[in-house]
Every structure is written in structure tokens, then in C-alpha cells.
Design a protein around this ligand. Structure first.
Ligand code: SAM
Length: 207
């Protein structure tokens, strides 16, 4: 356990990268997404790529929302499900399903969809084949998961539904906004933090 975790705070990216081999643990990006979400979401919420389940559990606890948390990584699903068992006692609820992006979800369903995607640009020569790569690598552009997510997320949103998407400067902020706009969304930055190696923003997307 890192010093920040002992204080009840999410560990920094630098502390966590390299320590955990299978499930992405909450870091600055997770904290920013949760902060943006607890102020803005309610009803039925989907968190895509839930990892440890910390964002889903925080949102359920703080807002009373019913959160569906999904991940393609079975180890993440197990960890998120174990964490979710406590969420009901504190208000809200979390249900965990294994899923590839938005594939199994019915159209017109969610009041909000949250996603902290894998976003690090990765040279194909240097890709490593494990679950942590699936959590971190966004392919050559950093947008390998972001683009199909933006292309499909409008389908699963309820009529007034919103999307909260974590975007790093490393994966091309302008390109992400342009893709969202092409898919019919208006984009607004609602949370932003700068770090020595990147800036992180949370985009609120509405139709
Ligand atoms: C950067 S981590 C974020 C984890 C967590 N939401 C957080 O903020 O701490 C990205 C997550 O997306 C998941 N993921 C990667 N590809 C996915 C896919 N095709 N469908 C669903 N989840 C995916 C990874 O397994 C990982 O848990």
C-alpha cells in the first residue's frame, strides 16, 4: 500500500504503474472522473472500463445512483464485484458485468455513461500482452478505444443522457472533441488538471 492510499486517497499514477499487474487501481484520472460524476449524474449510470470499481462505488455512494459497472478484464470484474458488495449499505448500488465497450447494452438506456479509457499512445513494437496493457494502451494514437466508444455511445444514452469522458493531452484532446462533435455531441470541459507529463480533462458530452 502506498502512503497516499494509507491516507485514504487514490494512489498517484507514478506510484501505481508498475506495481499492479492485472487490475488498474484508482489514480488521479479516476479521481477526476469521480469528482466530475458525483456533481452531475443520477438515475441509471454505466461506467465502462471500471477496473477496481472505485469510481462506480464512489458515484453510487455519493449520488444514490444505480451504477452498472463493466470491464473486459475478468480480474477487474471480480475486484469491482467484491467492492460493490458494500455499496448497497451506503446508498446506491453497483452491478458488475463483463463486456467489451458498449456491445451488450440496449439502446436508449442510460442517464449517464462514464469512461476513463486506456489512453497511452503505444508503439506497436513495445506493446506487452497482459491485462495492464488493456488498461493503459490506446494504440498508436492513444484513441484506439476512445473512437469506437464515441461512435457507439449515443446509441445507449436515454434521451437527455450525458457522457463524461476522461481525456488526456497525450491522446489528442482536439481530435477527441472533433470526433465527439462529428457524432452529434456538444463538448464542454468540466474538470481539468495539469501534471508534469500530461493534462487531464473530463469532457461532458450532450446531444
Ligand atoms: C485507465 S483504466 C480505468 C479504470 C477505472 N475506471 C478507473 O478510473 O480507475 C481503463 C479500464 O478499461 C478497461 N478496458 C480496456 N479495454 C476495454 C474494452 N474493450 N471494454 C471494456 N473495458 C475495457 C481496462 O480493463 C481498464 O480496467
Amino acid at each position: 500500500m502506498t502512503e497516499r492510499e494509507r491516507r485514504g486517497e487514490p494512489a498517484s499514477l507514478a506510484e501505481r504503474r508498475g506495481l499492479e499487474t492485472r487490475v488498474y487501481q484508482p489514480a488521479e484520472d479516476s479521481g477526476l472522473l469521480a469528482k466530475a460524476a458525483v456533481e452531475r449524474v443520477s438515475g441509471l449510470v454505466l461506467e465502462v472500463g471500471t477496473g477496481s470499481g472505485w469510481v462506480a462505488e464512489t458515484v453510487a455512494r455519493e449520488t444514490g445512483a444505480r451504477v452498472i459497472a463493466s470491464d473486459v478484464n475478468p480480474h477487474a470484474c471480480r475486484q469491482a464485484r467484491a467492492r460493490a458488495e458494500g455499496a448497497d449499505e451506503r446508498g446506491g448500488s453497483v452491478e458488475v458485468v463483463r463486456a467489451d465497450l458498449l456491445t451488450p447494452f440496449r439502446g436508449g438506456t442510460f442517464d449517464a455513461v462514464l469512461f476513463n479509457p486506456p489512453y497511452l499512445p503505444t508503439d506497436p513494437e513495445n506493446e506487452w500482452d497482459d491485462w495492464m496493457e488493456a488498461a493503459l494502451s490506446g494504440g498508436e494514437t492513444g484513441r484506439k478505444l476512445i473512437e469506437p466508444f464515441l461512435d457507439d455511445v449515443g446509441r445507449v444514452l436515454a434521451p437527455d443522457g450525458v457522457v463524461l469522458l476522461l481525456v488526456s493531452s497525450l491522446s489528442g484532446f482536439d481530435e477527441v472533441v472533433a470526433r465527439a462533435e462529428r457524432r452529434g455531441f456538444a463538448a464542454e470541459t468540466v474538470v481539468e488538471e495539469s501534471y508534469p507529463f500530461e493534462s487531464l480533462s473530463v469532457l461532458l458530452l450532450r446531444r
